[in-house]
Design a protein around this ligand. Structure first.
Ligand SMILES: [Zn+2]
Length: 303
């Protein structure tokens, strides 16, 4: 026999509508639990993206189903495009030769459709290259910089996607920690000279606050980015770097390599170096410096 105090409660449980209400409640809760379990299972079983991968341009993995000959040929090009298409914040490109139309279109798409900040550094020796797509980027109001009459090639081939942009203070702190405080007896680049005696110029160029020294700003930015994209790039961004110029043979047949990595210890040096170049190779490239590309004259020809 149940104690007398429980009798009203038990008789309430015997009431049919109450029974139905309880059964409905249990059903809703168990459905919710099952749904959460499925989500957790999916997440747990989903293979984690690698933090670093190396691709050799003239080496392809055999996969099933076999790709079409076009997909097979464009494997590395399509991979680069798929990463660029996921960028939501920034693209920093240092590229010696850039003649791939499809990649240029992806960069323009990022700027036009997702307001991604695009910065390009190139080499003066490539400015007059008639296969270059730099003209198309400049026509889109994308900032392309180089050094006029430089003795040295800007020979890099790397691209940073959604990585942090250092403020002047963080940039100086990074370079000083890695390379030492510049002193009067050293040979200096323009950047070192500014660190030594014209920090105001660096502050003017890069500001005094960034997500590195102001973590609250990073959280805000991350939230915004994750809301916008259902497939965001890794938290610290991505680097694509290697020996390949962004040309058709450079990305399809040459003995070349591309490394794709989300490792902060690999990204940070490239990000800081890109900004050093942004400071030093600071002549803006305009349409008047570049030639009408050959592809526009040769109607449809691909480079
Ligand atoms: Zn900072």
């Amino acid at each position: 026999m149940a104690p007398a105090a429980l009798q009203p409660f038990l008789s309430l449980l015997n009431n049919k509508p109450v029974k139905l209400l309880i059964a409905g409640g249990i059903l809703i809760v168990s459905t919710e639990i099952a749904y959460e379990l499925v989500l957790w299972w999916r997440k747990a079983t989903k293979p984690k993206p690698k933090s670093c991968e190396v691709f050799f341009i003239n080496r392809r993995k055999l996969v099933e189903p076999l790709p079409t000959p076009q997909d097979f040929l464009y494997e590395h090009i399509n991979r680069i495009i798929s990463y660029i298409d996921r960028a939501e914040k920034s693209i920093c490109l240092a590229m010696y030769i850039f003649t791939m139309r499809e990649i240029c279109e992806a960069v323009i798409r990022a700027k036009r459709e997702r307001s991604v900040v695009v910065r390009v550094v190139t080499c003066e020796s490539m400015v007059a290259n008639e296969g270059s797509f730099l003209r198309d980027l400049i026509a889109e109001d994308i900032k392309v910089q180089y050094k006029y009459k430089s003795e040295y090639l800007m020979h890099h081939k790397f691209c940073l996607l959604d990585t942090d942009w250092y403020c002047a203070n963080c940039l100086i702190a990074y370079h000083t920690a890695e390379y030492g405080e510049p002193t009067k007896n050293m040979q200096h680049t323009l950047f070192d000279k500014a660190v030594m005696s014209d920090r105001a110029a660096l502050l003017q160029r890069f500001g005094s606050s960034c997500v590195r020294c102001n973590p609250a700003e990073r959280n805000k930015q991350d939230k915004r980015q994750r809301k916008q994209s259902n497939n965001p790039l890794p938290k610290h961004g991505l680097i694509l770097a290697g020996s390949s110029n962004w040309t058709f043979p450079g990305l399809t047949t040459h003995w070349d390599t591309i490394t794709v990595a989300s490792l902060p210890e690999l990204i940070d040096p490239f990000a800081a170096e890109f900004q050093r170049m942004w400071y030093e190779l600071n002549d803006p490239l305009g349409l008047t410096h570049t030639r009408e590309p050959l592809y526009k004259r040769r109607c449809g020809a691909d480079f």
